[in-house]
Design a protein around this ligand. Structure first.
Ligand code: BDR
Ligand code: CA
Length: 309
């Protein structure tokens, strides 16, 4: 089988970790690089996490350098959700892999040129690295095969009334991406929320016997406690839902529409505006996930964990 060349742009992150757990065992993927980006934690920590996760999961690819802050704004952390290290109670050993001195945007361009029309970039953090790639190499837009992101919302946000974290922390980067001419497959709050698992679902997963049981429990138990802290029954594993929706393409329903990002308003700053009724009459630039199947999501996780022997 001809595999799909994939780059995963990530800010690990507990749900990023779970997304990588799924990606690592997806036979369809040929993972070319992990490209960390400052997001849930400071760059140094997410870079170290990405390297540690690659080692733990046996993802054999480069882990690049990347953006150390958003394009214009100061960095906002999500430490209440992901903890001091970014991975809850999960302590990963330091990776001994050689350090890759290349930057995310350069590797994205290199891989896009090597695989014209085929490279799939899956961005599950702020869009800073992707935006820099587009600004530095405008012809990358015609070379990328597919861009899928976790970010945004056609309705409510999780970081402000309408702002979803990944877009809200670097809306200027997100605006560059949505206005670039790329068609963005957007897994935002709307569809992901319909895949929210219960605490019982989490326990079904955490109790499964597999080679990464302990690591998963260390990460997910923190996430569940944190969710209780902010008044939710259980966390939505946004990045993992996104990855599952890419792996099992029947998991999500999408609406095709034009999407833009608000970078000026005080109250709606960092909001994605998804023109689902096409009132602007613009050419659609996005496929927005609106409804998912929670049971399918859970099955993707369980079937993947069975591969960790
Ligand atoms: C997104 O924000 C981050 O905290 C998560 O890792 C996810 O990518 C959800 O809004
Ligand atoms: Ca993330």
């Amino acid at each position: 089988m001809l595999k799909e060349p994939v780059i995963i742009d990530t800010d690990p992150g507990i749900d990023d970790f779970m997304a990588l757990v799924l990606a690592a065992k997806c036979e369809r993927f040929d993972i070319k690089a992990l490209t960390p980006v400052a997001g849930n934690q400071v760059f140094e920590k997410v870079w170290r996490n990405a390297r540690g996760i690659a080692k733990l999961l046996g993802i054999n690819c480069v882990v690049t350098k990347g953006a150390e802050k958003p394009l214009i704004l100061e960095q906002e952390l999500a430490d209440a959700v992901h903890g001091e290290t970014g991975l809850g109670k999960l302590q990963l050993p330091e990776s001994d892999a050689p350090v890759c001195e290349k930057y995310a945007w350069d590797v994205m361009y290199e891989e896009a040129k090597k695989n014209p029309g085929k490279l799939h970039i899956i961005a599950i953090g702020p869009l800073t690295n992707v935006a820099i790639a587009i600004k530095k190499y405008p012809d990358i837009v015609g070379l990328i095969g597919k861009l899928s992101i976790m970010g945004g919302s056609a309705g409510f946000g999780n970081h402000s009334p309408y702002g979803e974290f990944n877009i809200w922390v670097d809306p200027h980067a997100a605006a560059i991406v949505f206005r670039s001419g790329l068609k963005v497959q957007m897994f935002g709050m709307d569809g992901n929320k319909t895949c929210q698992m219960s605490v019982q679902d989490f326990h079904d997963i955490m109790d499964l016997d597999c080679a990464i049981k302990q690591e998963m429990n260390d990460a997910l138990s923190f996430s569940i406690e944190a969710a209780h802290g902010y008044g939710a029954e259980a966390p939505v594993l946004h990045d993992a839902v996104t990855m599952a929706g890419i792996i099992d393409e029947s998991l999500m329903e999408f609406v095709e529409c034009y999407t833009d990002v608000e970078v000026r308003s005080k109250t709606c700053f960092g909001r994605t505006i998804c023109d689902v009724r096409n009132t602007w009459g613009k050419q659609p630039n996005s496929l927005v996930a609106v409804k998912g199947d929670k049971e399918k999501f859970k099955s993707v996780i369980i079937n993947t964990l069975k591969k960790y022997r």
